[in-house]
Write a protein that binds this ligand. Structure first.
Ligand code: URA
Length: 436
C-alpha cells in the first residue's frame, strides 16, 4: 500500500477502505506517512468529502491511535458533552456538576480557547491551584470519587488527532465535516464514555455560522457516533450573542458558580439545563425530558450540584472556597471601565464574534496556541438582549489589567459596533434551535 496512490484516489473523488484509512493513520506514528502527505490528503478530503463509511473508519482509526480509557469499573452511566465553541460558553462548568449530582458520571477531556472562542481549561485554570494536566490514573480516580473530572487532552488520548489538527490549522483544512467529525469523536470516545451530548453552536460567534452547516455537522457526528455503537444526542443552539453575561475566564467561573447557586441568567441556565437533561436521558437515569429537567433543577436548589463542583475543585488542587466567595478567590483586574449606552431604547443585539474579538484585545483570549492569557480580563454585561436602556446606562464593564489597558479605546469602539439599541424590543427567542 502506498500513501501516494491513496491520496491520488481521494483527489480524484474515489473512496478509501477501512484498511487503507488504518494504514494512513498508523503511518502518522511510524513516520511512514509524513506530514506533507497528510497535508495533501486533508486537502483532498476537504474538497472531495468522505462517505459515512469512510468517516466512521477514520474515527475508529484515530480513536485507536491511542488509549481508549476503560471506566467500566465505575458504576453507573458515563456521559460527556462537547460544544463546538462560542463566546461566554461556560456550560461545561455548570452541567458537569449538575449531571454528576443526578447520578451520571462526567469524565470530561476539554480544550483551550483559540481565537475569539473560550476554552474550558483556561476558565478552570483561573481558579487558584486548579490542575488540568492530570494523568489517566488520576482521571479515573477523580471520576470515581467525585462523579466528574475535568482535564486536558493527554498524550495518550487520540494522538493522531493532535498531529492532524495542527496540520489542518496550518493548511486551511479545518472546515471539513468528516475531519471535524473524526477529530471530535475520536477524542470524546477515547474518554471511556457510554454516551455523548453535542452542543453544536450556530450564529455570528460560532464555528458554523449558518444553521444548515450546524445541522450537517450535527447529523454527521450523531450518525457516525451511533454507527460506532455510542448513543449521541445533539442540540443546535444559538451563538449570535455571548452566552450569559460574562466573557473572560475568571468572570465566567464566577458566573458558573452563580448558576450553581441558583442565580444564573436565563439564557445560560436554559442551555446548561437542557444539555444536562439530555445527559441524564442518555445515561438512562431519567425517563422523560421533564423528569430530567426537574432533577437538574433540584440539584441546584438543594446545593448538591454546587457541592460536586466544590469536591472536584478540591480533588484537582483548586481552592474550593471559589464556590462560596468567588470574588475573594478569583483574580480581579486592576481597572474596570464602563461601556455606556449611547441612546435610549432596547438592547436588540450583542454580536458574539465582536465581543470575543474585543475580549482578546484585553488579553482574555489566545491569538495563537502558545499565547499566554490574562485570567482576570474580560467583559461583564450588566444589560442583556431585550433589556430597556437609558442613554448613559452601563451596558457592560470592561475588566483589564495595565498590560492591556492601551486596548481600552479600541475595545470600547468594538463594543459600540457590537451592540444595537432599537426603539422596539426584540422578539424573545429560545437559544435552543433544534434537537436532533
Ligand atoms: N474541535 C476539534 O476538536 N476538532 C475540530 O476539528 C474542530 C473543532
Amino acid at each position: 500500500m502506498r500513501a501516494v496512490d491513496l491520496i491520488r484516489r481521494k483527489r480524484d473523488g474515489g473512496e478509501l477502505t477501512a484498511a487503507e484509512i488504518r494504514f494512513l493513520i498508523g503511518g502518522i506514528a511510524t513516520g511512514e506517512v509524513p506530514d506533507y502527505q497528510w497535508s495533501a490528503l486533508t486537502m483532498a478530503i476537504l474538497w472531495r468529502g468522505m462517505t459515512p463509511v469512510e468517516t466512521a473508519a477514520l474515527v475508529d482509526a484515530m480513536l485507536h491511535s491511542g488509549t481508549v480509557v476503560d471506566l467500566s469499573d465505575i458504576p453507573g452511566p458515563k456521559v460527556d458533552k462537547h460544544s463546538t465553541g462560542g463566546v461566554g460558553d461556560k456550560t461545561s462548568l455548570i452541567l458537569a456538576p449538575v449531571a454528576a449530582a443526578c447520578g451520571v458520571t462526567v469524565p470530561m477531556v476539554s480544550g483551550r480557547g483559540l481565537g475569539h472562542t473560550g476554552g474550558t481549561l483556561d476558565k478552570l485554570e483561573s481558579i487558584p491551584g486548579f490542575c488540568v494536566d492530570l494523568d489517566l490514573d488520576a482521571y479515573r480516580r477523580i471520576a470515581r470519587d467525585c462523579g466528574l473530572v475535568l482535564i486536558g487532552q493527554t498524550a495518550e488520548i487520540a494522538p493522531a488527532d493532535r498531529v492532524l489538527y495542527a496540520l489542518r490549522d496550518a493548511t486551511a483544512t479545518v472546515e471539513s465535516i468528516p475531519l471535524i467529525t473524526a477529530s471530535i469523536l475520536s477524542k470524546k470516545l477515547a474518554e471511556g464514555i457510554d454516551g455523548l451530548v453535542l452542543d453544536v453552536k450556530t450564529g455570528d460567534g460560532a464555528f458554523m455560522a449558518t444553521h444548515e452547516d450546524a445541522r450537517t455537522l450535527a447529523e454527521s457526528m450523531t450518525r457516525i457516533g451511533r454507527e460506532l455503537g455510542k448513543p449521541v444526542q445533539a442540540l443546535i443552539t444559538s451563538m449570535d450573542a455571548p452566552l450569559g453575561r460574562a466573557v473572560g475566564n475568571a468572570l465566567e467561573v464566577q458566573e458558573a458558580v452563580e448558576c450553581l447557586q441558583g442565580r444564573g441568567p436565563d439564557d445560560l441556565m436554559e442551555v446548561s439545563l437542557e444539555l444536562a437533561a439530555e445527559m441524564l436521558l442518555l445515561g438512562g437515569v431519567a425517563a422523560s425530558r421533564d423528569e430530567a429537567l426537574a432533577a437538574c433543577r433540584q440539584s441546584i436548589a438543594d446545593g448538591s450540584a454546587l457541592d460536586r463542583f466544590r469536591r472536584v475543585i478540591a480533588a484537582q488542587g483548586g481552592d474550593p472556597r471559589v464556590c462560596d466567595d468567588s470574588e475573594g478567590v478569583l483574580p480581579r483586574a486592576a481597572v474596570v471601565e464602563p461601556f455606556r449606552a449611547a441612546r435610549s431604547g432596547y438592547l436588540a443585539r450583542i454580536r458574539a464574534w465582536s465581543v470575543g474579538q474585543a475580549s482578546m484585545l484585553l488579553g482574555a483570549g489566545r491569538a495563537r496556541v502558545d499565547s499566554t492569557i490574562d485570567h482576570a480580563a474580560g467583559i461583564l454585561f450588566r444589560r442583556t438582549v431585550g433589556d430597556a436602556v437609558q442613554a448613559g446606562d452601563v451596558i457592560a464593564e470592561i475588566h483589564v489589567n495595565p498590560a492591556h489597558a492601551a486596548a481600552l479605546p479600541e475595545t470600547l469602539a468594538m463594543l459600540d459596533a457590537a451592540t444595537t439599541v432599537t426603539d422596539a424590543p426584540p422578539r424573545p427567542r429560545s437559544r435552543i434551535l433544534e434537537r436532533l
